[in-house]
Design a protein around this ligand. Structure first.
Ligand code: MSP
Length: 665
């Protein structure tokens, strides 16, 4: 049976400079989806590439004192090396300077002139060279490009125009008939309100003031507007316009595209101009355009001039590609903006990869060797705790599938990490070392079997996201190929006993937070957030214990304050990912909270009111700008709000729909 096709693309990047961590973000996200779809039995076509024409590239090459082609080749080599280091599994890489592309663009342009969609006129207006986009006087913001805020130039030249206006009604109808075409939903409203409702102008589609581009055959002084040239890559790469029957078949197979992944700044080109070009060519439109958010720095956008650009190769070299792939996909909900901080990176690596995942795998392999001679034993009778873990594992597969179908990578990873944490908890609770000591060998065998089965489930579940770990773990645990397919996850317990398990070494090192942040600061040039020293003052410590526990009298008796004082308190929505008891402290729980752009550890005095496992998943309100303190030797960075009355206490929660990191005011 032929596999169903799935075609996914990233934007083609401008090779005017090396790429940064933001570009890597899109490519890693598309890679995770491509790997996931392959695991689910699809015939995937994953395309990325480079957008090599236009004024910006020509100017950059001139500034570098190099012939344009040489300038491009050097950067493209760097980009392809980046994708190799990140284990990007693209099936093709298109360069818009390749003849397979240029020839087809020339032909398309001629055809569109012949059929009257493109006509000759004169352009007078503004142009933003870094974004390669045209703007009218009305659209400028304070005289600058409304997209990137940079200077624009006045352009007056003879140009070809595309009759966009002719297709507007059909486009709006398409939006209406295909409610999932633009994701997230909010971006669709932005397109309609900002660009379509004010009246869609015909688009200028050629330039005559420079010559680095595809020339219009009938009037070669015109070069094709770089966006028309670039967008067309999505069809030229898979054979559109080719005479070769094999390529024609390829085009039939993969078009229309299942999803274009694009940053929010270029949604406009992909959801207005691109569909209209396709309509004019009589081709079906893409099924979905997903406009994701941007990775920002604390001081805003990443930019060379601010000197805050993060080179992904430096991070990969230091932490490995799996760590960076995980961080990018976990840190920010796809669709929203997120802030890159060294603290956020180190915390993810320490908590999620070393403490949770690495630990689970290492403990399991070590105990298998200590207590079972390194061979997976056959299980005996299953107890409730075993059934519960099995049920969670099977449910996790369904949850991950649902979130992957919605392209919610961080949520899919959150699902997996619930299982990882539960796997660790299972080991703590069943205590194989005690079973061994007490000689309960049948129970020990069951527990060890379930531990390895949990590792197997997790290995397969993380394989769209992490590219190296699944192979390493499969080799260490000697999983059979049929034990690492997605379908093999349909039943927890399907693992064959008898496999050898090598003891191995921890897969992710635990990092020293302060040393690492300092190293990252030097490596990336990004300044660190100050982490205060441990406070010895009883007063300060008391203040950091949840006010709900300590200050039960609410406002009674407290001094009146003005809004200025209140507004100094920063409150945000956070989601509890994990909670555990603080050793030796009856009242305290150590809680990991996801604040959208960062992960926080908060020690809270609510152990009397909540069991740790009741808390995972709850959306709570966090005071985020409290001075960090150590409580019973454990760092606490923030406070949870709770309502209390007599001996009752309830955390203040917000609905699931509110995103992590949303400000509470
Ligand atoms: N060449 C065009 C795309 C043509 S597609 C037919 C282009 N190139 S770009 O190199 O400037 O940007 C490529 C992609 O990277 C865009 O989707 C953009 O949103 C994304 N990003 C640029 N900076 C980013 C972050 N800081 N964070 C996340 N994505 C980032 O536009």
């Amino acid at each position: 049976m032929t596999k169903p096709a799935f075609y996914i693309t990233t934007p083609i990047y401008y090779p005017n400079d090396k790429l940064h961590i933001g570009h890597a973000y899109t490519t890693v996200a598309a890679d995770a989806l491509a790997r996931y779809k392959r695991l689910r039995g699809f015939d995937v076509m994953y395309l990325t590439g480079t957008d090599e024409h236009g004024q910006k590239i020509q100017t950059r090459a001139q500034d570098a004192g190099k012939p344009v082609k040489q300038f491009l080749d050097e950067i493209i080599e760097w980009i392809q090396d980046l994708w190799a280091r990140l284990d990007i599994s693209n099936d093709d890489f298109i360069r818009t300077t390749e003849p397979r592309h240029t020839k087809v663009v020339e032909a398309i342009f001629e055809r569109l002139i012949d059929q009257g969609d493109i006509y000759l006129g004169k352009y007078e207006g503004w142009y933003c060279t870094p974004d390669e986009s045209f703007w009218s006087e009305r659209e400028l913001v304070d005289g600058k490009c409304p997209e990137c805020g940079r200077d624009v130039q006045w352009v007056t030249e003879e140009s070809y125009f595309f009759r966009m206006s002719k297709y507007v009604d059909r486009l709006l109808q398409y939006y209406e008939d295909h409610p999932d075409f633009i994701q997230p939903e909010s971006r669709k409203n932005e397109m309609i309100n900002n660009f379509i409702k004010p009246g869609l102008q015909d688009l200028c589609v050629s330039r005559t003031s420079f010559d680095w581009g595809i020339h219009v055959s009938r009037s070669p002084e015109h070069v094709v507007y770089v966006w028309l040239d670039a967008l067309t890559n999505y069809i030229t790469a898979i054979g559109y316009g080719s005479n070769d029957p094999a390529l024609q078949e390829k085009f039939e197979r993969y078009w229309p595209c299942d999803v274009h992944f694009v940053g929010k700044d270029i949604v406009r080109f992909h959801t207005i101009y691109w569909p209209i070009i396709l309509m004019a060519l009589g081709l079906p439109l893409p099924k979905k355009v997903y406009g994701h958010g941007h990775f920002l720095m604390k001081d805003g956008k990443m930019s060379k001039s601010k000197g805050n650009v993060i080179d992904p190769k430096l991070l990969i070299e230091r932490y490995g590609s799996d760590a960076i792939r995980y961080f990018l996909l976990r840190e920010v909900p796809f669709g929203q903006d997120g802030v890159f901080t060294p603290e956020g990176l180190v915390q993810r690596l320490n908590f999620d990869l070393a403490n949770d995942l690495g630990n689970l795998i290492h403990r399991t392999a070590a105990m298998m060797n200590r207590f079972a001679g390194g061979k997976v034993p056959g299980p005996g009778k299953w107890e409730q705790v075993d059934q519960d873990l099995a049920a969670l594992a099977e449910q996790t597969v369904l949850d991950v599938q649902e979130h992957m179908d919605e392209m919610q990578f961080s949520l899919a990873l959150t699902d997996i990490w619930k299982l990882v944490r539960q796997g660790n908890k299972y080991i703590d609770e069943t205590a194989p070392w005690s079973l061994n000591k007490r000689g309960e060998s049948e129970r020990l065998q069951t527990v060890l079997f379930i531990m390895v089965e949990t590792v197997r489930f997790i290995t397969v579940l993380v394989s769209p996201f992490l590219s190296k770990l699944p192979g390493q773990v499969a080799a260490q645990f000697h999983f059979e190929p049929e034990e690492t397919t997605w379908d093999s996850l349909s039943r927890f317990g399907a693992l064959k006993p008898g496999n050898a398990v090598d003891a191995g070494t921890p897969l992710f090192p635990r990092l020293d937070v302060n040393d690492e942040i300092a190293a990252l600061e030097t490596l990336t040039g990004v300044r660190k957030q100050s982490v205060p020293e441990e406070s010895n003052s009883k007063n300060v410590q008391d203040k950091a214990v949840p006010s709900s526990v300590q200050e039960q009298t609410a406002t009674q008796g407290k001094q009146e304050i003005g809004i200025d004082v209140f507004s100094q308190v920063e409150l945000k929505v956070g989601q509890i990912e994990h909670a555990e008891k603080v050793e030796g402290a009856d009242k305290l729980l150590k809680i990991q909270v996801n604040l959208g752009t960062e992960q926080r550890q908060i020690v809270s005095g609510i152990a009397k009111y909540y069991q740790p496992e009741q808390l995972a998943g709850q959306k709570v309100v966090v005071v985020t700008n409290l001075k960090p303190v150590k409580l019973r030797g454990v760092m606490s960075n923030g406070m949870l709000l709770a309502a209390s009355e007599g001996d009752k206490l309830t955390l203040v929660t917000v609905p699931e729909s509110m995103p992590n990191g949303a400000v509470v005011k």
